[in-house]
Design a protein around this ligand. Structure first.
Ligand SMILES: [Zn+2]
Length: 290
């Protein structure tokens, strides 16, 4: 079966670093058949940002790397920016919780400006620690999460949520947080979804499924919206911590070989879900957002 020539192949969540494999990883993605990446920002310095200037610099590194990948590799790159939810936990020990809280809010406001200026397509990752923290830290994290949802509402963009694994009740609870902040569920994405949860149990939230073979096979019959991601970390110190960046195109090729019907089902994660959640869709040969 030939791969449909008009079908983009999209990794909906990865991280790349100028000090990691960077552009070379994007080249591997392209060689495997990938066309577009959603590039989530990350802390590139090895220590949590402790000022708004640190965050601005971090977002700019993401943007520069994305531009370099578009220019040199021909893969379309969409930036996703926000202060990482765990930063607050780390930085509060040095600057104190109130200052850390202020910094997170300002960094989220900056991320919202980036979306309004079309320098980023979503606020992410935002959410809460997936591990236990003390009550005061938890309360601060929850306040930051609520602010993040409000920023996404104001910027009229999706929020890419980092949180614990969700079951039907968990999806409902996140949808409720969005509703309280004025952000509709169709603008919420559960990133790093490791387990299949049926569409009827997701409260309108789109899961970004980790592109493991069994999970992709289950998702294929799902009406969506859902995405595929590797959450590639580009950290040479942690090889194999997450899926390799070539995984989504490899899976897509393998699925397309089965039948043309199977290939058509890939329009759900690669085109339709993006249109439903983001409001536009990637096109072959077009890097930047339409
Ligand atoms: Zn991530």
């Amino acid at each position: 079966m030939p791969f449909p020539s008009d079908l983009p192949v999209v990794d909906h969540h990865c991280h790349l670093s100028p000090t990691g494999e960077g552009v070379a990883a994007a080249r591997r993605f392209r060689s495997a058949g990938g066309t577009h990446l959603f590039l989530a920002t990350q802390n590139y310095t090895g220590r949590p940002p402790s000022s708004i200037a640190d965050y601005a610099e971090q977002f700019e590194v993401t943007e520069r790397l994305g531009r370099q990948i578009q220019d040199e590799v021909g893969v379309g790159v969409y930036s996703v920016v926000a202060p990482y939810p765990i930063d607050l936990v780390h930085v509060s020990s040095s600057i104190g919780l109130p200052a850390a809280l202020d910094l997170q809010r300002s960094a989220l406001d900056l991320a919202g400006r980036w979306v309004r200026e079309h320098r980023a397509v979503a606020i992410g990752e935002v959410g809460r620690p997936h591990f236990e923290v003390d009550a005061a830290t938890r309360a601060a994290c929850d306040a930051v999460f609520r602010h993040a949802l409000a920023v996404a509402r104001d910027a009229d963009c999706p929020a890419v949520v980092h949180c614990e694994d969700l079951d039907a009740g968990g999806y409902r609870a996140i949808a409720e947080l969005g509703r309280a902040a004025g952000l509709p569920a169709h603008r919420l994405i559960k990133h790093y979804a490791r387990h299949y949860v049926a569409e009827s149990d997701r409260a309108g939230i789109a899961p970004s499924f980790l592109a493991r073979r069994e999970l992709v096979d289950r998702a294929l019959a799902d009406p969506g919206p859902w995405f595929l991601e590797t959450d590639f970390l580009d950290d040479p110190a942690r090889p194999g911590a997450v899926l390799d960046l070539a995984t989504v195109p490899r899976r897509a090729r393998a699925i397309a070989e089965r039948s043309s019907g199977a290939a058509e089902q890939l329009r759900v994660p690669f085109v339709d879900a993006i249109r439903q959640v983001y409001g536009w869709a990637p096109e072959i040969g077009k890097g930047a957002r339409p």
